[in-house]
Design a protein around this ligand. Sequence first.
Ligand SMILES: [Fe+2]
Length: 305
Amino acid sequence: MSFVVDTSIPFTEHFVRHGFAVLPGLVDPAFCAEALDEIRRLIEDRRPLDTWTIDKPGIVNVPFFEDVGRDEGNSSPVLGGIFDQPQLRAAIDKLHGGPDRWDGVRNYYYLIKPFDPAGEPKLNLDGFHVDFGTLPPPTLYRGFLFMVSLVDTEPFSGNFTCRPGSHRIAQKMFIEDPELVGNDPQVKELICDRLPVYEFVAEAGDVLLWHHLLYHEGNPSHSLNRRPRVALLGEAFRENWLTEINPSDPDLSPWERSLAQNSFHKPMRDEGRFARSKRAERIAVYEAKGISVDEKWKHYSHRTG
Ligand SMILES: [Fe+2]
């Protein structure tokens, strides 16, 4: 069963109900062209996109983290400019409930999913997951993600695909059993099996915003005109982790409302502890090498509430 985006409700409401929202044409095509050019420069491939394959330039997923505790040494002012796109920033502010909520840290990736000659023009329905590996996913978290398509894609271009509504069911299960691993096959099946499937077929500049507990996947790319998926994926996080949610609070942002659909909730464990300990480890390695680290990063995301 395939899902059709409901354009009769505000995008914020779509995010609350379905765990994602699609905003067509949100990013300036001129930025998309410039970003694509920058990616071509980085991968040293100027060939037409329909000649790209999984062998060359290959499936590419490169992180750019301003967060020193996750830094991979990549930097691109051009691609980082995605956070300066005014309509995208306005959408982030709206979902977060104000311009002062996003922490201003530019963490993002560029993604390339080129044509796979051995693939088939169909969706893979086996790879749905949440991005927490073998850890129990946080029930509240600290923000959401966004994907900007830099090119026009078509069905089966290797597009982002998701299970609308999975965020709500998943959160209920993870609240009831905080030790559940979201990517355990049995857990995934219970959450996803009866839900429809949505494939993000996009034009350059279209944006999809999604909830951290929305089950999703990429797909092999094998579309009619061999159009690859080329996209930027960004994080719109708050510095502080949400530590409780009260559905009767009248001042919840739309993002908070997306987390308030399963009654009052206050996690027993510190859900940000793992991320903070990884950051502290990396910072210690830098300092051991004599590289000075700004104080900001030593306290980053330590606040709660
Ligand atoms: Fe993922």
